[in-house]
Design a binder for this molecule. Structure first.
Ligand code: SF4
Ligand code: SF4
Length: 106
């Protein structure tokens, strides 16, 4: 089931040029992150797939220098990481009021 989900996301990314869609949006980043890795050791020791680096449409999560880097400023607030992390290791909240993404359709 999880493998099918990840495979489908990979297929969608090749069918849709997400970068073309994202350039319309604007962000007002907060100075504090609304996303938190609960236990970085779980990412390192128990998570071979690093799924968050695949399912996040905004590429917020990046495996860098042996740890997950979280570029929360670009978050699209889709909520996928609430359910996508196989170890429930991401604490997700909306950004504080007035901060975050502002979607524009055209
Ligand atoms: S999917 Fe979850 S456990 Fe795996 S690297 Fe990302 S945050 Fe860590
Ligand atoms: S809410 Fe969506 S865009 Fe934001 S970090 Fe999670 S998966 Fe990425």
């Amino acid at each position: 089931m999880k493998e099918n989900f990840t495979t489908k996301i990979r297929e969608l990314k090749t069918e849709i040029n997400i970068d073309d869609k994202l350039y319309l949006n604007r962000w007002k980043p907060d100075h504090q992150s609304h996303l938190e890795i609960i236990d970085p050791k779980v990412c390192e020791a128990k998570c071979s797939g690093k799924d968050c680096t695949i399912f996040c449409p905004a590429r917020v999560y990046e495996w860098r220098d042996g740890r997950i880097a979280v570029g929360y400023e670009g978050c699209l607030e889709c909520g996928a990481c609430r359910i996508g992390c196989p170890h429930q290791n991401i604490r997700w909240r909306y950004p504080r009021g007035g901060y975050g993404v502002q979607f524009r359709l055209a």
